[in-house]
Design a protein around this ligand. Structure first.
Ligand SMILES: NC(=O)c1ccc[n+]([C@@H]2O[C@H](COP(=O)([O-])OP(=O)(O)OC[C@H]3O[C@@H](n4cnc5c(N)ncnc54)[C@H](O)[C@@H]3O)[C@@H](O)[C@H]2O)c1
Length: 303
């Protein structure tokens, strides 16, 4: 299949490109940035909001992974207009290019944030049937909800097929340095203090980026057409467990300072990816511990 990946030079996109290439697909990266990872495929330096260029790039393409977005929620907060252009508006451009070029499917990168921080009750199971957050607490969330709705509109109005993939919190090789796992690793290695709000018992679900990329590739199966899938890890990890796991792997004690809990600190809930396992046969290959070992080994001795 000929597949265009917007945002294919980014953290998650570059891993998706790797897996698609390993599966024998022809891949074109379409990104503002020149890819820095040595991927053996064509790359177009372009803006998703440049409709003419995107249209041309989509000639003869069978599927588009639309991964380009403003994924850094802090930048989104500081630069809302341009961030929304790159996130939800860009989705309209991709859908329009797909419509013009009879592309068989648009695969949208979305996020578990669209569920909002409902029910801080750890017994709550979230599935793809759980409604969108009624009062999204971040512009990023609203922008991703809009992007999802545009996909559904384009199916109903113009017959453009979609697959929506709602990711959990990814970690692994090529992660942005300002995310929690690289921050903790660097602090432990440099003997710097890690600050944890409350007791560290808040929980999160992490997904190893390589497993996430495999999940993206699985969504391309016929069964994934016009479906929504949560692509998330299966373990619930306490924030303090991140530290203890890293201490064991790095063989070094962390300096941890516990401070007062933040008001309304989000305690976590469980997002089920059973649908992806049932319909696509996808589930994460690595446990949290195994993935972390691989990641640490690769960043300390990068290949
Ligand atoms: N990283 C996360 O925690 C996370 C979680 C859930 C969902 N997502 C989603 O997954 C996708 C990939 O995220 P990531 O973490 O790899 O982000 P990233 O910032 O590493 O990669 C995004 C890529 O998109 C490109 N891009 C941005 N605007 C563009 C435009 N207008 N035209 C062309 N290219 C453009 C950037 O140059 C970058 O290479 C995003 O849609 C993001 O919202 C990310």
């Amino acid at each position: 299949m000929k597949i265009l990946v917007t945002g294919g030079a980014g953290f998650i996109g570059s891993h998706v490109v790797d897996i698609l290439l390993e599966s024998g697909h022809e891949v074109i990266i379409y990104d503002l940035e020149i890819p820095v990872y040595s991927q053996n495929c064509r790359s177009i330096a372009g803006d998703v909001n440049d409709a003419e260029k995107l249209n041309k790039a989509c000639i003869g393409v069978h599927a588009i992974y639309h991964m380009a977005a403003q994924a850094n929620v802090n930048i989104f907060l500081n630069l809302p207009v341009i961030s929304n252009l790159n996130t939800s508006n860009s989705t309209l451009n991709v859908l329009e290019a797909a419509r013009n070029n009879n592309v068989s499917r648009v695969m949208l990168s979305s996020t578990e944030w669209i569920y909002g921080s409902i029910n801080n009750d750890e017994d709550t199971q979230i599935t793809e049937e759980t409604p969108y957050a009624q009062n999204p607490d971040h512009l990023y969330t609203s922008s991703k909800i809009a992007a999802e709705l545009f996909c559904k509109n384009y199916k109903t109005l113009y017959g453009v097929n979609y697959t929506i993939m709602r990711y959990g919190i990814p970690f692994g090789e090529r992660a942005r340095p300002e995310t929690v796992t690289p921050i903790f690793i660097n602090k432990i290695l440099n003997n710097e203090e890690i600050t944890i709000h409350g007791t560290g018992s808040q929980t999160r679900q992490f997904i190893y980026v390589r497993d996430l990329a495999e999940g993206n590739a699985a969504c391309l199966k016929q069964e994934g057409e016009n479906q929504i899938f949560n692509i998330n890890g299966r373990e619930v990890i306490k924030v303090i467990d991140i530290v203890t796991t890293l201490e064991e792997i790095l063989g070094k004690k962390a300096k941890v300072k516990f401070i007062e809990d933040r008001a309304g600190n989000y305690k976590g809930r469980f997002i089920s990816s059973n649908k992806a396992e049932r319909m696509l046969g996808w589930k994460p290959k690595y446990t949290y511990r195994e993935a972390m070992e691989k990641y640490v080994k690769n960043i300390i001795q990068p290949k």
